[in-house]
Write a protein that binds this ligand. Structure first.
Ligand code: ATP
Ligand code: MG
Length: 570
């Protein structure tokens, strides 16, 4: 490809609202452009990367025995009503109606459509197991689209759905997909971790997420060094404190704390550690009421654990300040469990402390020296908090480490959630109609592009893993427009690289060398060859790998084999 023939669209600055590096670099390198919030156009260079990711995913899915299909992006409401998700899914589902007033949605995922297809097409156990996948555009009306294509509203996903008549077969395909995903992310060259995960609104039991490790990741993952346990923090169980609670040693006192609202202010005022204070959070209850969730001041509420509690509304929502004032007659910074007449659930570690400080349910007042059992009843307890670095994993006692991750893949065992609701069954070996068991397997194709950049960049721009680089090699001639000899040499070599099947870009723009170098480094092409008159005199080219400090001269006649060697080595 010649740069003069494509829309390169590099730019020096990224807009101020591009918060993370991948978003900035994707705009600067001319990979994407925003059309509307969370909706993007892929430019030629970006599309090449996206297609390479897609190709790797397709190859590995085919190898794993999955069959490619392509389902429609627009889905009839009836199928979603059958599964029950028309009501359940909430505002992320973009609904629309056609000219006849029939309702549809833009598919955020395709369980209903595939289950409908399979219940019509698969009649016998002899056709099973079957695993269907597609690479297709999804739409989710995300509440907060952000970070460019990382959390978009329209995005490209590979989604696969498998069908079985027994648990063992489902388990086998699940394991095959686990392997397949590991191969895909390794082939792309990403540093990732598979973790146990929550299955969220898609439903089902067993599930793993695949996370690309990066500080900008939205997810927190936890793992033990020995590699035996890794989970999304949403799921990581906290160990209940052991031993007896310490005996009370202080009297309970009500004390004025004017203008103090945060745990930090209260702990500072009383000169105690934040772990001696209680944090009282009021959330909406499942029955249009309020529920208090109480954790230690130094801990964080785990929203996924909280919303699994029976009397808590799902999705979790914090009660508004107005509602709290109306029902509890005080403001958020002064809440506490004493004489709080709403259902209250206390985290195990908050229930284990003595002589603690909590709000008095009266503005500007706190209690100190409070003790469970003596000053208020023993609470109802649950695991409500996020685990913290260094504490022992419940599973194997090893110390936990924390890291941030970008979720690029998610696999689930759905069981019969959709097939039962949609009456999807087929005949087993004995001729009995049996409900399908299902698995589903997603990969965020477009998100991978951003995740790869988060993990691979420097101050000059993107540093693509070779597997998904838009071009493998760029040729940069210095002042080609002034020299026929140089033009001929460059074009001859360009032809040779193309004939050798190498993805080569020739920068034939009438630009200063500095501009061409900067653009190609920004775009992140792994290998660069510079042609100059002086080089031709000596029959040499200047080679530089994208992250090399210095360039080195190579023999012009050996350029193709030299580059082939570089590409082969990684
Ligand atoms: P998240 O927790 O990030 O919202 P999810 O659990 O909703 O993800 P799935 O329904 O499992 O995601 O979708 C499969 C994959 O699609 C995810 O692992 C992720 O890589 C990708 N994905 C999901 N939502 C988006 C989005 N808004 N923009 C880009 N990719 C997404
Ligand atoms: Mg989501």
């Amino acid at each position: 490809m010649l740069t003069s023939k494509i829309l390169l669209a590099t730019q020096r600055e990224a807009p101020a609202d591009a918060e993370i590096i991948s978003h900035q670099l994707m705009l600067k390198a001319g990979l994407v452009r925003k059309l509307a919030s969370g909706i993007y156009t892929w430019l030629p260079t970006g599309l090449r990367v996206l297609r390479k990711v897609e190709a790797i995913v397709r190859e590995e899915m085919d190898k794993a025995g999955a069959q490619e299909i392509l389902m429609s992006g627009v889905q009839p409401a009836e199928l979603w009503q059958e599964s029950g998700r028309w009501e359940e899914y909430g505002p992320e589902l973009l609904r629309l109606s056609d000219r006849h007033g029939r309702e549809f949605c833009l598919g955020p995922t395709h369980e209903e459509v595939i289950t409908d297809l399979v219940r019509r097409e698969i009649r016998s156990y002899k056709q099973l197991p079957a695993n269907f996948y597609q690479i297709q555009t999804k739409f989710r009306d995300e509440i907060r689209p952000r970070f460019g294509i990382m959390r978009a509203r329209e995005f490209l996903m590979k989604d696969a759905y498998s069908f079985h008549l027994d648990e063992a077969s489902l388990q086998q395909t699940y394991e095959d997909m686990f392997e397949c995903y590991s191969t895909i992310f390794n082939r792309i060259g990403l540093v990732f971790r598979a973790v146990i995960a929550d299955s969220g609104s898609i439903g089902g039991n067993t599930s793993h997420e695949f996370h690309v490790l990066a500080d900008s990741g939205e997810d927190q993952i936890v793992f033990t060094e020995d590699g035996n346990y890794a989970a999304n923090i949403e799921l990581a169980a906290a160990v209940k404190p052991e031993g007896e609670r310490a005996e009370p040693s202080e009297d309970m006192q009500k004390q004025a704390t004017p203008g103090m609202h945060s745990i930090e202010e209260i702990a500072g005022h009383f000169k105690v550690d934040e772990s001696k204070c209680l944090k009282t959070l009021i959330v909406d209850g499942a029955n249009d009421d309020l529920v208090a969730l109480i954790i230690r001041g130094d801990h964080e509420l785990n929203k996924v654990k909280a919303e699994k509690l029976e009397n808590v509304a799902r999705p979790l929502s914090f009660a508004s300040a107005d509602k709290i004032r109306k029902h509890l007659s005080c403001d958020i910074g002064s809440l506490g469990p004493i004489e709080l007449d709403i259902p209250t659930i206390v985290d195990f570690s908050a229930a284990h402390i003595s002589d603690f400080i909590c709000g008095a349910n009266e503005n500007g007042m706190h209690f100190t020296g409070v003790n469970w059992q003596r000053d208020l009843a023993e609470p109802d307890c649950a695991d409500l908090r996020n685990v913290i670095a260094g504490e022992a994993a419940k599973e194997n006692g090893a110390p936990l480490k924390l890291a941030r991750g970008i979720e690029v893949g998610h696999i689930f065992q759905l069981g019969t959630k959709y097939s039962a609701a949609m009456k999807a069954n087929c005949l087993d070996e004995k001729g009995t109609a049996t409900t399908f068991m299902m698995g589903c397997y997603g990969i965020g194709i477009s998100r991978i592009v951003a995740a790869a950049i988060e993990q691979n960049h420097d101050e000059k721009g993107i540093v693509w893993p070779q597997s998904i680089s838009p071009y493998s090699l760029v040729l940069i001639p210095i002042h080609m427009h002034k020299s026929q000899r140089l033009r001929e040499a460059v074009m001859a070599l360009y032809e040779q690289f193309s004939a050798a099947g190498i993805d080569v870009l020739l920068d034939d723009r009438k630009e200063r060398p500095g501009v061409m170098f900067a653009d190609m480094e920004l775009i992140g092409i792994p290998h660069r060859l510079v042609f100059s008159e002086r080089g031709l005199d000596a029959n040499t080219l200047e080679y530089k790998g994208r992250t090399d400090e210095e360039s080195s001269d190579i023999n012009l006649d050996e350029a193709v084999s030299f580059i082939q060697k570089q590409l082969a080595s990684g």
